[in-house]
Write a protein that binds this ligand. Structure first.
Ligand code: SF4
Length: 183
């Protein structure tokens, strides 16, 4: 009889304030999961490092595995060229979400995970459905399921905000890209 593969989730995170609530929930539920930081969209690099280190800090505190994929902002700029003036939630974000979720899906498939998900849609500034569409496309391309859980529901955003305050997390005031600086 074939043995079922043990559930193992890869969670793509954009920053500590967006992910802390989900990380705490998954940890409390005893889910086997790893946090992946793959955000070549963040500019400048010093900001990228600051967000990455803050995200790693909260994972280290709980003993949750934290992985990082290479920071390649040049490739991100190339992928989004021509869409610099799109508003947030527009076509540039479609490309940006897909690029990052594709990277996460590939990493998940190649490293023994059974599913992947992300916190990219947890903020009220984001279009959750837009993130889901990109996640599903990446899932189909890489042949690994995307978990569509809406982490914002059931007070998720408020819980994340409370935890972020409690842990004195650094909170940035922009998503990641600086469209005007590319002009
Ligand atoms: S606003 Fe955020 S999600 Fe949209 S393109 Fe910029 S970094 Fe990516």
């Amino acid at each position: 009889m074939a043995t079922m593969k043990k559930d193992k989730l890869l969670l793509l995170s954009c920053c500590a304030p967006c992910s802390i609530g989900v990380i705490h929930d998954l940890y409390t539920q005893g889910v086997d999961f790893t946090v992946l930081f793959y955000n070549p969209n963040i500019r400048p690099e010093s900001e990228y490092i600051r967000r990455r280190d803050e995200n790693k800090r909260i994972c280290d505190e709980l003993g949750v595995p934290f992985m990082e994929l290479a920071y390649d902002n040049d490739s991100w700029i190339q992928a989004t060229r021509g869409f610099e003036n799109e508003p947030e939630r527009g076509k540039r974000c479609d490309i940006c979400f897909l690029l990052r979720l594709r990277g996460a899906a590939r990493f998940a498939r190649e490293n023994g995970f059974t599913r992947f998900s992300s916190v990219l849609g947890i903020s009220r500034y984001k279009d959750f459905e837009q993130v889901c569409r990109a996640g599903q496309q990446a899932a189909e391309e890489e042949n690994i399921p995307y978990d569509l859980t809406n982490w914002r529901k059931n007070g998720g955003e408020q819980r994340a905000n409370d935890l972020a305050r409690k842990h004195h997390l650094y909170r940035q005031n922009y998503c990641g890209c600086h469209p005007r600086s590319q002009e």
